[in-house]
Design a protein around this ligand. Structure first.
Ligand code: SF4
Ligand code: SF4
Length: 302
């Protein structure tokens, strides 16, 4: 039987998701709910209605087309009552301004692999491959395993961007099929991590430690640097110490950006992370030095 995956997007020619030129497959579903998440439409599996207010010309066609009273029309703009929406996509169809878009699609694994293979020559020439991201890839475990297997059959380099929130049994199964883990590490304070992300520090550390002890060359730690959460010497220093303790060499510091905030408006959801100011790359230079002084190879940006 064919295996399927719910995806948010497939991005070609990605250059920040691992070595070389890559195709990044964004899967849906995530066990965490980080307050700053830049891809909130990937957190839940399914189709999600996005409304781009800046494109809307107020024609009212969507309101007239909706047979389920899921759209009202106020001040010459549509107001969406998402709890009534049955996802018939009529509004998307009639909107000539492309102000309404449904995100989320179910695809056969073999069709995803066909898309990946289109750029095989680029991978070969640049040392690239495929990166499976999300959401969290491990949520759709069977399809994810199948995708990795088929990529390996075609000798494609595989990277997985992961938050680490799943059983170590799963990562053990996946390990032979993955060439590189881009592993998120956000805080060493269990209470704070739970409060801001819903994550379980012990579980995440157990998985980081498992990969590092099995093959430390297969892991790059990625630290999103977030004002009011971990953007201070104590928090980053503690994380660096843990990374050194696990024998890992490579760390990427990813400065917080605000590009994801508009997606919350498009989804009709509030943005609850307190900071709305981006971190500049230059601001991370002292922290890069802090990590390097502890023997790490630190890169600013992905
Ligand atoms: S998808 Fe269908 S039910 Fe939902 S808002 Fe649009 S027209 Fe209404
Ligand atoms: S159909 Fe599109 S442009 Fe017209 S009111 Fe609806 S969202 Fe706006």
């Amino acid at each position: 039987m064919q295996k399927k995956l719910s995806i948010m997007e497939i991005e070609r020619f990605a250059i920040h998701d691992g070595p070389g030129i890559r195709t990044t497959v964004f899967l849906q579903g995530c066990p965490l709910h980080c307050l700053w998440c830049a891809n909130p439409e990937s957190q839940k599996i399914g189709m999600h209605l996005l409304y781009f207010a800046h494109k809307c010309v107020g024609c009212g066609a969507c309101y007239r087309a909706c047979q389920y009273e899921a759209i009202s029309f106020e001040n010459e703009r549509p107001v969406f009552h998402r709890e009534k929406c049955v996802q018939c996509r009529k509004c998307e169809e009639v909107c000539i301004s492309n102000a309404i878009h449904f995100s989320g699609e179910v695809m056969e694994v073999s069709d995803i692999v066909d898309r990946i293979l289109r750029d095989k020559e680029y991978y070969k020439n640049s040392g690239g491959g495929v990166t499976i991201s999300g959401g969290e890839a491990f949520v759709q475990f069977e399809g994810f395993m199948e995708l990795l297997k088929q990529c390996k059959e075609h000798k494609i380099h595989t990277a997985v961007e992961t938050c680490g929130q799943y059983s170590t049994e799963k990562i053990r199964e996946v390990m032979p099929l993955v060439d590189l883990f881009l592993f998120d590490f956000k805080h060493t304070n269990a209470q704070k991590l739970y409060e801001y992300t819903g994550g379980d520090l012990d579980q995440i550390l157990a998985n980081i430690q498992y990969v590092a002890s099995t093959d430390p060359t297969k892991i790059i730690i990625r630290v999103p640097v977030l004002p009011g959460f971990n953007f201070d010497e104590q928090s980053l220093g503690d994380m660096f110490d843990k990374i050194v303790e696990y024998g890992i060499k490579n760390v990427h510091l990813l400065p917080y950006h605000t590009l994801g905030i508009s997606k919350y408006e498009q989804l009709g959801r509030p943005y609850t992370f307190a900071s709305t100011t981006s971190v500049m790359k230059e601001e991370l230079v002292p922290y890069k030095k802090l990590g390097e002084n502890k023997g790490l190879k630190v890169q600013i940006g992905g």
